[in-house]
Design a protein around this ligand. Structure first.
Ligand code: GTP
Ligand code: MG
Length: 305
């Protein structure tokens, strides 16, 4: 009788571990997608790196024992929230909340519990943002919601936590007062550093924005010039006057690129480009051409509404 029981439990254990492993994969994929999308839209990487781990059988057993519970699969599923654990390391505190929000907003993710040790640091100085979530895992004939623990913190917070963890184990939770005091001081420095780095980064972003405008200006100018090149081609064919075309090119380029900017960049409105004669240029340089075009043909210019 013993052997089949043992066999069944092992099977059950394997099944449960497969569930948690699948949850890790699901969450990791979600995070990768969010990170890639963010990089694409903002040319910036909110996630420095991600680590994930499955809790070892020994640690699971220790945790249940610590809480006075029997080591059964049912108890693991019910009481151990961090069998599947994911740690997200960000550069800035603002990224932590951004990532947490993006995870929580996903319709198939259920947030079961949140502990914000950044707003409310632990007395020892520990800071981090913790979420217990559940994600659906689809098997051949059923769907199961599986729990995972997500810890989100900055590089500096992570640095502190690893040292504290080492010290905790070294002294089995009873570190000398002086060391605990110094660790707390380090935590304050971490908090100061994170704040300082965030402020500095916000400042740098302003410069980046200006760079982006410059790049955008260049792209618009190039696009515009290639559009204009086509138009000039039409004029040259129609009128056969290359010298005038150069004059037009200069005037139109400067004025219209400026107009595209005003609309697309500064006012942040969608670009609308239409194909019709440019009145401004007509006034200055196009008049002569119109006189020469009794058939009413216009050169193709592009201007904004
Ligand atoms: P467990 O600590 O997992 O039993 O559950 P809990 O209800 O106390 O959860 P909590 O969110 O407080 O902590 C979960 C995990 O965060 C821990 O397993 C650690 O990995 C980490 N953690 C919490 N507190 C500390 C701390 O003081 N120092 C360090 N280094 N890590 C901590
Ligand atoms: Mg704890």
């Amino acid at each position: 009788m013993d052997l089949p029981m043992f066999y069944n439990e092992e099977e059950e254990w394997k099944k449960v571990m497969l569930m948690y492993d699948s949850a890790l994969k699901e969450v990791n994929t979600k995070l990768e997608i969010l990170n890639e999308e963010f990089k694409l839209n903002h040319q910036y990487n909110p996630i420095e790196h991600i680590t994930s781990r499955m809790k070892s059988p020994q640690s699971i057993a220790k945790k249940l024992r610590h809480n006075g519970r029997e080591l059964t699969v049912e108890n693991i599923v019910k009481y151990v929230n961090d069998v599947a654990g994911i740690r997200i390391i960000c550069s800035f505190t603002s990224d932590i909340y951004r990532i947490a929000d993006l995870i929580a907003k996903q319709s198939d993710v259920q947030v079961l519990k949140v502990k914000d040790y950044i707003m409310f640091p632990k007395p020892n100085g520990y800071t981090s943002y913790h979420m217990i979530i559940s994600v659906p895992i689809y098997l051949s004939n059923t769907m199961i919601n599986v729990k995972a623990e997500i810890q989100i913190r900055t590089i500096a917070m992570d640095f502190w936590a690893s040292l504290e963890h080492k010290i905790y184990y070294k002294f089995e939770g009873n570190a000398p007062e002086r060391i605990r005091k110094e660790l707390k001081e380090c935590a304050d420095i971490v908090s100061f550093l994170d704040h300082k780095m965030l402020t500095l980064n916000e400042e740098i972003k302003l410069y980046n924005h200006e760079d982006e405008l410059e790049q955008y200006k260049e792209i618009l100018s190039e696009n515009f010039q290639s559009m204009m090149r086509e138009s000039y081609g039409t004029i040259v064919e129609d009128d056969n006057e290359e010298t005038d075309i150069h004059e037009i090119k200069e005037t139109v380029k400067l004025e219209t690129v400026e107009a595209i900017y005003q609309t697309a960049v500064y006012k942040e409105e969608p670009l609308e480009i239409q194909s019709e004669p440019n009145n401004t240029n007509k006034a200055e340089t196009g008049k002569k051409k119109e006189d020469k075009k009794p058939d009413g043909k216009h050169a193709k210019f592009f201007r904004l509404r």
